[in-house]
Design a binder for this molecule. Structure first.
Ligand code: ADP
Ligand code: MG
Length: 272
């Protein structure tokens, strides 16, 4: 088989083995990740769930090469990044990883097109090529008509779509999104999920997604559950929901479902 630049399709995009992370807090040591193993194949769409403080963001920062593990190995596209220097990591981040944050992290006074061009500055593409690629990325998230808008001229959902375009534009190996719908109302959240699903299904973009919302997680293909820095479950979603196809049940309906069969003694007929 001919050698290519890209790792072959059978190489896992993410392969972490026995990753730990310990923070030193003065005299105290806080072990936040306690031996995590995770394989994510090319084209997978996976969500990471778990209670607040269980280590989701710490894990995402390691996956995103924003932070190094205390021990363990991390192969990204078959390349060991767990012992790289800060400079090497910056290069890996730019080339291989697209990050989407809960709080969008856009520059306040910068138009959408320019925001999306910025990650391409590093690679040395010409000005014309940068703006062509940035425009294509914005079109892919449905913002082709908003190229010259500032963040303040866009809704929250649209701002998050600019951030997704910025993550996409370098054609990374994986998109990492830490609670990307956390700051959005449910309609904008659905729109953002539609985009992640479309990118994953049509362009086979590998996506790792943190959410604490089970409804959002049901739109992905696999759920990894963390608790106290360990993986407590790793399961495929049976029938992933198609974003926007089914209305989310209201809280009242969900509560109804919970309470329906609860009777405090006696039979159902005895209650009115
Ligand atoms: P999650 O995203 O699941 O809510 P985090 O990964 O943010 O959890 O945090 C896990 C634990 O690690 C928490 O107890 C948090 O306080 C602690 N933690 C996170 N970052 C640091 C840090 N830079 N220094 C010390 N402790 C940290
Ligand atoms: Mg977090």
């Amino acid at each position: 088989m001919a050698r290519t630049d890209k790792a072959s399709d059978t190489t896992a995009v993410i392969d972490i083995r026995q990753i730990t992370k310990t923070y030193q807090m003065g005299e105290m040591k806080l072990q936040v990740l306690r031996g995590i193993d995770l394989l994510v194949g090319r084209g997978e769409f996976i969500s990471i769930m778990g209670p607040s403080g269980s280590g989701k963001s710490t894990l995402m920062n390691i996956l995103g090469a924003l932070d190094q593990p205390t021990s363990g190995q991390y192969l990204l596209d078959g390349v060991d990044v767990s012992k790289m220097s800060e400079n090497e990591l910056a290069r890996v981040r730019n080339k291989k990883i697209g990050f989407v944050f809960q709080s969008f992290n856009l520059l306040k006074r910068t138009e959408a097109l320019r925001q999306v061009e910025l990650p391409l500055m590093y690679g040395g593409a010409s000005g014309a090529a940068r703006s062509r690629r940035a425009k294509a990325a914005l079109e892919a998230v449905g913002l082709g008509a908003r190229l010259n808008h500032l963040p303040s001229e866009l809704s929250g959902g649209q701002q998050q779509r600019v951030a997704i375009a910025r993550a996409l534009v370098t054609e990374p190996s994986v998109i990492l999104a830490d609670e990307p719908t956390g700051n959005l109302d449910s309609r904008s959240g659905t729109e953002v999920m539609q985009i992640f699903q479309r990118l994953n299904r049509q362009q086979k973009i590998t996506t790792v997604f943190v959410t604490h919302d089970p409804w959002i997680a049901r739109h992905t293909d696999r759920v990894l559950m963390l608790r106290d820095g360990k993986v407590v479950a790793d399961q495929r979603v049976k029938n992933p929901l198609v974003a926007g196809a089914v209305e989310r049940p209201s809280e009242a309906e969900e509560l109804q479902g919970v309470f329906e069969e609860a009777y405090y003694g006696g039979k159902r007929e005895e209650y009115t």
